[in-house]
Design a protein around this ligand. Structure first.
Ligand code: NAD
Length: 504
């Protein structure tokens, strides 16, 4: 829901079932990165707006948490149908405000729908455990209960999928939810919220608040918020984890990444190079699971770099909102293009070799940068240590698998890593010993699907329970153990009418 002024949309908050403008005169522009045009204005909500939104979520909580779990599941089944019907429209919104290609947007929305499908199974997922006669005439059971008001704070790079990692699971577990999407991509979140209302979710159970740091801080400081899910860059993830847990909340905070892909000498070169290019340059390199470092092992390094450069140079770069098939769309903002490009100078200064430079003049005002390859990167260089989050691929060279594994140990992050090989033993060594939480074997982007947790390690994650899968259910529930000693209502069974009824 949005109020339109000429062509520029003013984005609204959803508070207690009502779409409204927050009490702020501070707004940010939202761009179409393919054209550079401003398409909307997003409010930077104040602490007062946050307080009202938390009140709405807290008011809706008792009714929703007591709603039978099967009815909560039915809302999700209806939501799933609506998402399917709106898949194309949602994908267009993602492309319009983020800039990724329509194929990438459809895949993103599909991954989000899969989380909704997982959440539809909530009656089974909420099952507890019991032990009869754990002590004499005493039974024990453990049941899952909602945690309360939950908050999701999400990044710009997956406007549909990352919010859907969180709220479908939180809601079916009986919690109310407040989504604070990235201020760079608020439009998809608005549509996701509209469809939740259409699916019959009671007012106030899901709320949407737009804003930046002030809004996030107020959410973290509100004592009525029980749990916070965050996905974004590492510095912010760390500070949100610290502030939230200090305030007594449970927090899961996924951070940035620097993902490696190891190419063994026996790998199928065609398969490895095309998978690697897709993993590095897809979504303009703006994926937390994007490959950022290729590790060429042994004698193949020179031919691998040649092949990679000619493949990358053949990729098309351009606007994604025209209907034409494009390999690499724009980056999110012009400042981000400048930031990512600056790493090519850093690479040169640090002694690496820029063998393919993606900087060139593009038509129009979109935020474009072509694919780059930087060879001869070593572990001490910034290229090897820092998250760049754009279409720049570093190549490191290793004599053997052991040396390639050591590169992972030197890296602060630990999201994902892949290996391309036909050798089962090498693949097993890699799976066992690479220092990251998500591993791909002959798979470029090993992002787990809805039924599995998204298990980043090291500075890629703060907390203990990750998003998605059974860890998601655990995060959004707390357990209650009951011990019961069963008495008869009268001391004498022969006189007890209930007992006699049982006998006859
Ligand atoms: P970001 O950290 O700038 O912003 C994420 C969210 O935090 C946004 O909603 C933003 O409004 C808010 N925010 C920003 N600065 C803040 C501050 N100082 N205090 C409080 N809140 C603040 O991230 P981004 O640029 O939107 O997204 C890209 C980053 O997200 C990359 O680092 C990427 O690796 C990471 N990411 C990680 C995963 C994962 O699963 N590990 C998934 C997707 C993206």
């Amino acid at each position: 829901m949005a109020a339109e002024t000429e062509d520029i949309i003013d984005v609204l908050n959803l508070c207690g079932g009502t779409w409204e403008s927050p009490q702020t005169d501070r707004y940010d522009d939202v761009f179409n990165p393919s054209t550079g045009a401003v398409i909307a204005r997003v409010p930077l909500s104040s602490a007062d707006d946050v307080a009202r939104t938390v009140s709405a979520a807290a008011d809706a909580l008792p009714g929703w948490s007591r709603t039978p779990v099967i009815e909560r599941a039915r809302v999700m089944f209806r939501y799933r149908e609506l998402l399917e019907q709106n898949l194309e429209r949602l994908s267009e919104l993602v492309t319009r405000e983020h800039g990724k290609s329509m194929a990438e947007s459809r895949a993103e929305v599909r991954r989000g729908i899969e989380v909704v499908e997982f959440a539809c199974g909530i009656p089974s997922l909420m099952m507890g455990q019991s032990v009869a006669n754990i002590a004499s005439d005493v039974d024990a059971d453990v049941a899952k209960h909602p945690v309360g008001v939950c908050v999701g704070i999400t990044p710009y790079n997956f406007p549909a999928m990352v919010p859907m990692w969180m709220f479908p699971i939180a809601l079916v577990c009986g919690n109310s939810f407040i989504l604070k999407p990235s201020e760079k991509v608020p439009l998809t979140a608005v549509r996701l919220a509209e469809l939740l209302l259409e699916a019959g979710l009671p007012e106030g159970v899901f709320n949407l608040i737009h804003g930046g740091r002030e809004c996030v801080d107020a959410l973290l400081d509100d004592s009525r918020v029980a749990a916070v899910s965050f996905v974004g860059s590492t510095g912010v993830a760390r500070s949100i984890y610290e502030r939230g847990t200090r305030a007594g909340k449970r927090v899961q905070a996924a951070g940035g990444a620097k993902n490696h892909c190891v190419i063994m000498p026996d790998a199928d070169p065609e398969l490895a190079v095309s998978a690697l290019a897709a993993a590095s340059y897809g979504c303009g390199g703006q994926r937390c699971m994007a490959t950022s470092v290729a590790v060429a092992v042994g004698r193949i390094a020179d031919s691998f770099v040649d092949r990679l450069c000619s493949h990358a140079a053949s990729l098309s770069v351009g606007p994604t909102d025209t209907g034409d098939a494009i390999d690499i769309g724009p980056l999110i903002r012009n400042e981000h293009v400048q930031r990512v490009s600056s790493y090519l100078d850093v690479a040169h200064e640090d002694g690496a070799e820029v063998v393919l430079d993606g900087r060139r003049n593009f038509e129009g005002n979109g935020f474009f940068l072509g694919p780059s390859v930087v060879d001869q990167v070593t572990p001490d260089m910034r290229m090897a240590r820092e998250e760049i989050f754009g279409p720049v691929l570093s190549v490191m060279r290793a004599d053997n698998l052991e040396a390639a594994l050591a590169f992972g140990d030197l890296c602060e992050y630990g999201n994902g890593a892949s290996i391309f090989t036909r050798d089962g033993f090498a693949a097993r060594q890699f799976r066992e010993h690479f220092n990251a939480g998500m591993i791909g074997i002959n798979v470029g982007v090993p992002a787990p699907m809805a039924w599995f947790p998204f298990t980043g390690w090291n500075s890629s994650f703060f907390g203990d329970l990750h998003v998605q899968g059974l860890e998601g259910i655990q995060f959004y529930t707390r357990q209650k153990v009951t011990l019961t000693r069963w008495f008869r209502s009268s001391g004498d069974s022969a006189e007890d009418p209930i007992w006699r009824g049982q006998q006859s």
